[in-house]
Write a protein that binds this ligand. Structure first.
Ligand code: EPZ
Length: 437
């Protein structure tokens, strides 16, 4: 599958964002902890959500997505194994480990591999589970975790890992006694998970700060929960508006979750107006000025916006330095952007971007979710036609990306690659690499 884009059309209009992928995935894993049913609303239609639902079914749960409402019935929970084919497809499946140990006393999970953006270790997850009293054994590509009884503990995270914070917070909900997580990640998706768990009867304080306190409870019922809006999807549309010199209102957002991106865009001279649950980006007046960007854990500039934002910097006035501090290999999109005329030098964790590049349309291939989104954005700003291959990466994190961009005036079509082209693309190394991020 590929996107064919004819660029240089300013985007205008309104777009409504969906529920956050990175909030709903941990919530689905946490539903295993509950003895009652959960109803989750504002669930986006994404490949990763479909994979998470499949994992739940494999574990014996009844999981059904009706429109954007997900019904999770854990009564049939029977298996403690998460197989390679699913964890390999989506590493967030690994979050089912702690909940399975809490409910069934053990879990046997295929070790999540690395992915395009980095090795994605899970040492902080495993160290935390051991601190809660679990025994961890690794071998043959699997990790086996078991515990007769999980006990609360004080855990210090060497790095404010989003996944490790979520994993330990949800598992501690059913551990005996109190758990304190220090140096916790503060992302809004962690607060959303805590709100879901509290709705199910958990006792959690401090989510969204560096210290989270969990008082274990004997059991959790289910919960009704509406997922928070996707701040990365919202920021991606804000950047699309800015780099095409357009004027777009992004609706259904929590402006406070977008502060770092809004602040950077204003620093570039782009007008960004905030309303209660929408932001309006107006870049019709003049070319943005280049700025430096450094990705950091929330509330810093989000690493998931580094690739899309690099495209905006490439069409801005002046030089920028982009520093990626979160993942060790998150500049893979640079090679493809160069093919479109972007002048950028990478030196370790820093990339020097020369502004005012006139992007030219080209055939490019996505190799990860946000890098793929960046290539689509580059196509919107480029002269001529851009063909982005490997859009299945983009479909993992953006619900109806091409449909929404077309509504905003973009000339973008989704085209199936015929078999011959498919093999030629993969032969030329243009095809997408193995996913698994
Ligand atoms: C979550 O991944 C998101 N995924 C990522 O979004 C996001 O980029 C990332 O957080 C950072 O914000 C989901 O929520 C499903 P981390 P996660 O653990 O939890 C190191 C997207 O595009 N680390 O905070 O895997 C790790 O190597 C995806 O939507 C350890 O060293 O991120 C990385 O360098 C991509 N040991 C850093 O921490 C561990 O045990 C941040 O990783 C765990 C992580």
């Amino acid at each position: 599958m590929r996107f064919v884009i004819k660029g240089k059309r300013p985007l205008h209009g309104r777009v409504k964002v969906h529920g956050a992928k990175n909030a709903v995935l941990p919530i689905i894993a946490a539903s295993i902890l509950c003895e009652g049913d959960s109803v989750i609303t504002q669930v986006p239609h994404l490949e990763d959500v479909h994979t998470a639902v499949e994992v739940m079914s494999r574990l014996g749960m009844d999981a059904r997505l009706r429109g954007s409402t997900l019904i999770l019935r854990p009564a049939g929970l029977s298996s403690y194994e998460a197989p390679y084919d699913l964890v390999g497809r989506m590493r967030a499946s690994f979050l089912v480990t702690g909940p399975l140990v809490a409910r069934l006393g053990r879990a046997r999970i295929s070790l999540p591999g690395g992915c395009a953006i980095g090795s994605r270790p899970i040492d902080l997850h495993l160290k935390g589970l051991e601190a809660l009293g679990a025994t961890v054994r690794q071998g043959h590509g699997f990790v086996e975790v078991s515990a007769d009884r999980l006990r609360g503990s004080r855990v210090y995270l060497d790095y404010p890992s989003v996944g490790a914070t979520e994993h330990l917070m949800m598992t501690a909900a059913l551990a005996e006694g109190t758990t304190i997580i220090e140096n916790a990640a503060e992302e809004p998706e962690i607060v959303d998970l805590a709100n879901y768990l509290s709705g199910a009867g958990a006792s959690i304080h401090g989510a969204g700060t560096k210290i989270i306190r969990v008082e274990g409870v004997p059991s959790l019922r289910g919960a009704h929960h509406q997922v928070i809006p996707d701040r990365i999807e919202a920021a991606t549309y804000m950047v699309a508006a800015a780099l095409t010199g357009g004027r777009v209102e992004v609706e259904g957002v929590v402006p406070d979750h977008l502060k770092a991106v809004t602040a950077k865009m204003r620093e570039m001279g782009i007008s960004v107006f905030e309303d209660e649950n929408s932001v309006l980006v107006d870049a019709t007046r003049r070319r943005p000025q280049a700025v430096n960007v450094k990705t950091m854990p929330y509330p810093g500039f989000p690493t998931d916006m580094q690739a899309p934002f690099m495209v905006l910097l490439a069409v801005s006035e002046g030089m920028s330095v982009v520093t990626e501090t979160v993942f060790e290999n998150r500049f893979i999109h640079v090679g493809e952007l160069r093919r479109m005329g972007v002048e950028v030098q990478v030196d370790g964790r820093a990339a020097m971007v020369h502004g005012q590049s006139q992007l030219q349309g080209a055939i490019v291939a996505a190799t990860d979710l946000r890098g793929g989104a960046a290539l689509v954005l580059a196509g919107l700003a480029a002269i001529g036609t851009t063909e982005v291959r490997g859009v299945e990466h983009v479909d993992r994190g953006y619900d109806g990306f091409d449909v929404n961009l077309r509504k905003l005036g973009a000339n973008i079509r989704r085209v199936r690659l015929v078999a011959a082209e498919e093999s030629e693309a993969s032969g030329l190394g243009l095809g997408p690499t193995a996913s698994g991020s």
